[in-house]
Design a protein around this ligand. Structure first.
Ligand SMILES: Cc1cc2nc3c(=O)[nH]c(=O)nc-3n(C[C@H](O)[C@H](O)[C@H](O)COP(=O)(O)O)c2cc1C
Length: 191
């Protein structure tokens, strides 16, 4: 699957990493706007665009959501979630100052797929602007819990939409040097 073609887009795709340590510097609003613009330019089935984005920059609220999510993880009965939440210094959002919640339209058959396309666009747009990011699947747990509806209202997420996950944004304290290994044995070529 290796090839010799190179350009800025391919370079950005390969250089993007999940960043889990951020500096205190906030991401500038114009960069966040550009990242959101990239999200809405994602493809979606039948151009349904079944998504809604919520930019959260309120530190107190992010801390509260972190604690609430951690306690859900700790009592989930899921070994993976519990061991993650027990890790010292675990923080759902990795202390990022900006978090974009990605909500999908409920009962829309392709919402998770379409929202995933929009999310990847955001990660790549962020990387292209020098902004570090991490896809935060754990962020969805709070919204499928009994506390979810109260948080949906607090965050003014429209009725009929539910947060699926989030994207943490910030400036990297240390950019991961190592690329998590990729399995390339996943392609069949039928000619
Ligand atoms: C659906 C999904 C959920 C994820 N959830 C989390 C998460 O909650 N926390 C986290 O630190 N990373 C999360 N990640 C990031 C993955 O761990 C990461 O993409 C993977 O290890 C490959 O590393 P890379 O992104 O640096 O290439 C998630 C990625 C995806 C696609």
């Amino acid at each position: 699957m290796e090839n010799s073609l190179e350009n800025v887009v391919l370079g950005t795709i390969k250089a993007r990493r999940s960043v889990r340590a951020y500096s205190p510097k906030k991401v500038e609003e114009e960069k966040i706007q550009a990242i959101l613009e990239a999200a809405v330019f994602a493809p979606s089935a039948r151009n349904g665009q079944p998504w809604f984005f919520t930019v959260i920059e309120n530190e107190g609220l992010l801390e509260e959501m972190n604690e609430a999510t951690k306690s859900i993880m700790l009592s989930s009965g899921d070994e993976f979630l519990e061991s993650r939440a027990r890790q010292e210094n675990f923080h759902v959002f990795h202390h990022a100052k900006t978090v974009i919640l990605v909500s999908g339209k409920e009962d829309h058959p392709s919402a998770p797929v379409d929202c995933a396309a929009a999310t990847e666009n955001m990660l790549l747009a962020a990387k292209s602007l020098g902004v570090a990011s991490c896809w935060i699947g754990f962020a969805g747990l709070l919204f499928s819990s009994p506390k979810g509806e109260a948080y949906r209202k607090l965050l003014q997420i429209p009725e009929g939409y539910r947060p699926l996950w989030a994207v943490a944004l910030g400036y990297a304290l240390n950019y991961p040097g190592e690329v998590p290994p990729r399995n390339r044995n996943v392609v069949a070529w039928v000619r």
